[in-house]
Design a protein around this ligand. Structure first.
Ligand SMILES: [Zn+2]
Length: 114
C-alpha cells in the first residue's frame, strides 16, 4: 500500500508560498478551494496534471506527473524554465517543508529543475 498523504506548495505572485497538506484523493478539489484559478489541478486514474500561472514570468506552466510517481517520490519540483525558480513542490510533508524553510532565506537563488 502507498502512503496517500501528499503535500503541495506553490509560489504566489507576492513571493509568498502556499502550503497545503492533503492526500492524493483530495488534490483535485484544491484548485476550487484555494486559488481563484491560479492553479488548476486535474487528476485521473493515472495522471496528475497541474497548470499554474507563473509568478515569475506570468506564463502558464503545465506539469504532468504519473500518480504512481507522485506517491513514490519524496519530492517533485516544478520549475519555471524562464526564470530558473521553482514554483511548485509536491511530495512528502517533511520534504516539502524542509525545502520551503531552506529557500525562505535564499529566495533569489537560481534553482534548476529536476
Ligand atoms: Zn515561469
Amino acid at each position: 500500500m502507498y502512503n496517500t498523504e501528499v503535500s503541495i506548495a506553490f509560489k504566489n505572485a507576492d513571493n509568498t508560498i502556499t502550503k497545503i497538506d492533503t492526500n492524493i484523493f483530495e488534490l483535485k478539489q484544491l484548485d476550487k478551494k484555494y486559488l481563484d484559478g491560479t492553479i488548476i489541478i486535474n487528476k485521473n486514474k493515472k495522471f496528475l496534471c497541474i497548470s499554474m500561472k507563473c509568478p515569475f514570468c506570468n506564463k502558464l506552466h503545465s506539469y504532468n506527473y504519473k500518480l504512481k510517481e507522485v506517491l513514490c517520490k519524496d519530492l517533485i519540483i516544478g520549475g519555471c524554465k524562464n526564470s530558473g525558480n521553482f514554483i511548485l513542490l509536491i511530495g512528502k510533508k517533511e520534504m516539502v517543508y524542509s525545502i520551503i524553510k531552506e529557500r525562505r532565506h535564499i529566495n533569489n537563488q537560481i534553482y534548476s529543475t529536476i
